[in-house]
Write a protein that binds this ligand. Structure first.
Ligand SMILES: [Mn+2]
Length: 404
């Protein structure tokens, strides 16, 4: 066998640079090879990779190739199925015959839908675009919350894949997502979960999908307070959009929160965060408050009250109620997230938004989504990677605070 590293390599390295290698390697004079210090207790797979010579596993040993066994070092970020951050694939979330046999605590559900948009399409590719950009996410530790690992914690997080959503009939599609999420919420949770029901993290999709997600969450948990990260109101009264609006068109990505409140899914303590889109009608912001019971944090408020001021205002507003967080990626400045349907310059930076989200630790988050990510308009996966990071923060809120 040919040594991977020769003695001369190491001598040269040590003489010119460091001495620490001698603590870990022993010289095998006969073979002129290096041996790993066997006193150091390492997992067998890692030992295999740190020996001085090439040692292939037995031909029939595939233990290091099995999905879930690979990590970033002896696996590869590109290995395995495409799921969100390498979470286990679960293909029976929407299967009403598997409610007892398949258990999890948090379900990631894709909502490939973009026929409710008013400008740029493409959010139907959002769920898979986001997943693809989370190849480097996994069971790693937060630099901001020492020792905290989102994916290797008490909660079993699974990726349920995308709900089928027909592209040719909005109402049917939204009903498909509602039924998929309704079924997903009926599954058993793991023993470690102090709560009774799973929670869902939805990957949109244009913002209309939030209507179905909130509907399913409401049926399980009761009324929710919505924290709505968005540059737009999305509470627009559809019958003020224009004179000829049909009932069918009245539910879209700018009106779904009007409907969610009108259907009784929401409390009266809801909050917009990051608003800056210009109002189409002068009375839109008034109706937002009186009809749909939202208060507003404008994008530029961050300059006067700061990140901590925003966090305090949100926490005061929603209190101990059950909370649903919906994050329209257009709340971010287009410099940070250009791939979205209705771009509004002048938003939060990615870092500011993540800091606000992390500051919401302790709220009773019963569900969350990310919306309006349109990969065809992206550059170098900037928006999809940002979306993946936002989702990781949202999942962290769920892991840090179980809902009972
Ligand atoms: Mn929106």
């Amino acid at each position: 066998m040919t040594p991977l590293i020769t003695v001369d390599d190491v001598k040269n390295y040590e003489e010119t640079k460091h001495k620490f290698l001698e603590e870990f390697y022993q010289v095998d004079q006969e073979q002129n090879a290096l041996k790993f210090d066997t006193h150091v207790d390492l997992p067998i797979n890692l030992k295999r990779l740190t020996t001085s010579t090439v040692q292939y596993p037995d031909k029939d040993d595939t233990s290091d190739l099995f999905p879930g066994m690979s990590d970033r070092y002896h696996g590869n970020a590109l290995a395995g199925f495409l799921t969100f951050a390498h979470t286990p694939m679960e293909s029976h979330c929407f299967d009403s015959n598997s409610l007892e046999s398949v258990e999890y605590d948090i379900a990631i559900v894709g909502a490939p839908y973009d026929t409710g948009v008013s400008y740029r399409p493409g959010a139907r590719y959002g769920p898979d675009g986001i997943r693809s950009a989370t190849r480097r996410l996994g069971a790693t530790y937060s630099p901001f919350r020492p020792g905290f690992n989102v994916f290797n914690n008490w909660a079993k997080i699974v990726d349920c894949g995308n709900a089928p959503m027909t592209p040719i009939d909005n109402r049917i599609a939204l009903d498909q997502l509602y039924r998929a999420e309704r079924a997903s919420l009926k599954h058993m949770t793991t023993e470690k979960n102090p709560g009774k029901h799973p929670r869902i993290m939805t990957l949109g999709g244009d913002h209309t999908i939030t209507f179905s997600a909130i509907r399913a969450a409401y049926e399980k948990y009761g009324k929710v307070s919505v924290i709505h990260f968005d540059s737009h109101l999305d509470t627009v009264d559809p019958y003020h959009m224009n004179k000829n609006v049909t009932d069918y068109a009245a539910l879209n990505h700018g009106t779904f929160l009007y409907w969610a409140h009108r259907k009784g899914y929401l409390t009266d303590t809801n909050m917009h965060v990051g608003l800056r889109g210009w109002y189409e009608e002068p009375d839109d912001p008034k109706r937002d408050t009186t009809q749909s019971k939202f208060s507003k944090i404008l994008a530029r408020d961050i300059d006067s009250i700061g990140i901590t001021g925003i966090i305090e205002k949100i926490k005061q507003r929603v209190g101990e109620s059950y909370v649903y967080i919906t994050f329209d990626i257009d709340v971010l400045d287009p410099a940070h997230a250009m791939a979205t349907g209705t771009v509004e310059p002048g938003g939060f930076s990615t870092r500011e938004a993540l800091q606000i989200l992390d500051g919401l630790q302790g709220l009773n988050v019963v569900g969350a989504d990310i919306c309006e990510v349109s990969p065809p308009f992206d550059v170098s996966e900037v928006t999809t990677q940002t979306a993946g990071e936002v989702v990781r923060s949202l999942l962290a809120l769920m892991v840090l605070k179980p809902v009972v």
